[in-house]
Design a binder for this molecule. Structure first.
Ligand code: ADP
Length: 474
């Protein structure tokens, strides 16, 4: 059973029950009022008749029953019976008829009690007030005042019919209207269900629930669902990106690994075939093998580094004085580059300026930039390692830069050089795997910083490691 039908039945049931209770109470009060009114009118009539009696008890039959005003008291009858139950007088409007008098009535009246009773007369019910006429302590007769109940019963019958048909109509109307109102109210829910189902059926996460209506609970529901879909969509596309990057990485890595391996194998096969016959070629082949093996080692260690970097989500950092960090970086370059490197701004760095970093990783990033500068800048060119503070867009930014007077980087390349395995135009004829800058970028991202490039083709490049929030050690 649908929620719509259940709600309609529930509301209609409650309305029906309320109407039944209400009608019952109204009917009860109405019937009480009408019957009490009849009782009061006939007892009042009896009292007025008794007051007007001025006869001796022996002449009971001479009592003149006052004429009943048929307009003000329609259907009211008066009758006097003697102690034996014989009718002695009656009102003119009774004609030849008389009110029935039972033995029980006579007995009760004889006991001197005044009381009401309902008696049947032909098809009518008549309410009768029995008033014993007592003289000197002895009941000499009974004054009976009767009033037909047909009027009251007719009114109550009509009221019953009216209430029953009214309640039935009200329940029916409420049921029908409730059902159609519930349908209107549930329409948006159905639309939301339809939209959600179509999103579930298809794989298009771009679809949204199109809800036009007041800002009520349903609006909030559709907004929440749309928010959830948005999150799902962005997570899904992120997953796709990661998957794609992973696929590319594996393909590129295997390609990169295969090239030196092919060279090594080719040279080894050549050496096997040749034996000791050509010492020059043999030396050349061996040098090739050694060179490729070295390249392979570098590549594998870079790959391992990136794999580890991908797995490790947090890095350990500690506050380090920037000057000390730069001194360590300069030391690390002494033996590796074999080229003259100039230093800039290191002396003027504030003594107590600290950065919260993993020093080993930052030094590795600096080494990557310097290695690239050395690799791509002609021997007569200039390479500068420097550091400055507050130079970035935000105050407190620390910038460690490597500037060279090499070939510079074209606009197109500058978009891609941070991608894994991407090698630019400048890399032609130079060894490398295209992993250096992506490692440097990963290191900076882990520090909440970035690598910035400022370069023009043909006029050198400047790579900066930007770190946020240098602080004074106090
Ligand atoms: P690799 O140097 O092994 O090729 P990187 O990721 O370090 O890989 O660098 C990516 C590319 O960026 C290089 O192939 C090169 O084309 C370009 N590049 C990096 N540094 C410089 C530089 N100082 N001058 C000119 N080009 C550079």
């Amino acid at each position: 059973m649908s929620l719509r039908l259940r709600l309609t039945i529930l509301f209609t049931g409650i309305l029906g029950l309320t109407l039944v209770i209400f009608s019952f109470v109204v009917y009860l009060i109405m019937s009480r009022t009408l019957y009490t009114e009849v009782d009061n009118s006939i007892s009042a009539m009896a009292s007025s008749v008794v007051r007007s009696m001025k006869v001796s008890p022996f002449e009971l039959d001479k009592v003149q029953i006052p004429n009943v005003d048929v307009f003000s008291s329609p259907g009211t009858y008066l009758q006097i019976v003697d102690a034996r139950g014989k009718m002695v007088s009656r009102s003119a409007n009774m004609g030849l008829q008389y009110l029935p008098m039972s033995e029980d009535t006579l007995g009760m009246a004889a006991a001197g009690r005044e009381f009401y009773e309902n008696v049947g007369y032909r098809d009518n019910r008549i309410r009768v007030y029995n008033y014993p006429l007592i003289l000197e302590g002895k009941v000499i007769g009974v004054l009976q005042v009767g009033r037909s109940l047909s009027q009251v019963e007719m009114v109550l019958g009509r009221l019953r019919a009216l209430m029953l048909s009214g309640a039935a109509m009200a329940v029916l109307t409420a049921g029908l209207m409730g059902f159609s109102l519930a349908r209107t109210a549930f329409k948006p829910v159905e639309r939301i269900i339809e939209a959600a189902a179509s999103i579930q059926r298809g794989s298009d996460l771009k679809k949204r629930i199109d809800y036009h209506g007041p800002k009520d609970e349903l609006y909030t529901l559709s907004e929440t669902l749309n928010g959830m879909l948005e999150r799902l969509e962005s997570m899904y596309s992120r997953l796709e990106e990661i998957n794609e990057a992973q696929r590319r990485f594996v393909a590129d890595a295997s390609h990169e690994l295969r090239t030196p391996l092919t060279t090594i194998r080719g040279n080894a096969e050549l050496l096997l075939k040749m034996g000791d016959s050509h010492p020059d070629t043999r030396a050349e082949a061996l040098a090739d093998i050694a060179g490729e093996a070295e390249r392979l080692t570098r590549l594998v260690s870079n790959l391992l580094y990136l794999a580890r970097a991908d797995a490790c989500q947090v890095i350990e950092t500690s506050p380090v004085r920037l000057r000390e960090l730069m001194e360590r970086a300069v030391d690390s370059l002494k033996f590796t580059t074999g080229r003259k490197i100039e230093f800039e701004g290191l002396e003027s760095l504030p003594e107590d300026l600290q950065v919260n970093v993993n020093a080993d990783l930052i030094i590795q990033a600096i080494n990557i930039l310097v290695d690239n500068a050395v690799k791509y800048t002609p021997a007569e060119g200039e390479i500068v390692l420097g550091a400055s503070t507050g130079g970035g867009s935000e105050p407190g930014t620390v910038s460690i830069y490597v500037r060279d007077s090499g070939p510079g980087i074209s606009e197109e390349d500058s978009q891609d050089i941070f991608e894994r395995f991407y090698r630019g135009e400048t890399a032609r004829g130079k060894s490398g795997s295209g992993l250096g800058l992506s490692i440097a970028q990963w290191i900076m991202q882990k520090h909440g910083g970035s690598v910035a490039l400022n370069s023009k083709e043909g006029s050198g490049s400047c790579f900066s490691l930007l770190l946020a929030g240098g602080s004074s050690s106090g």
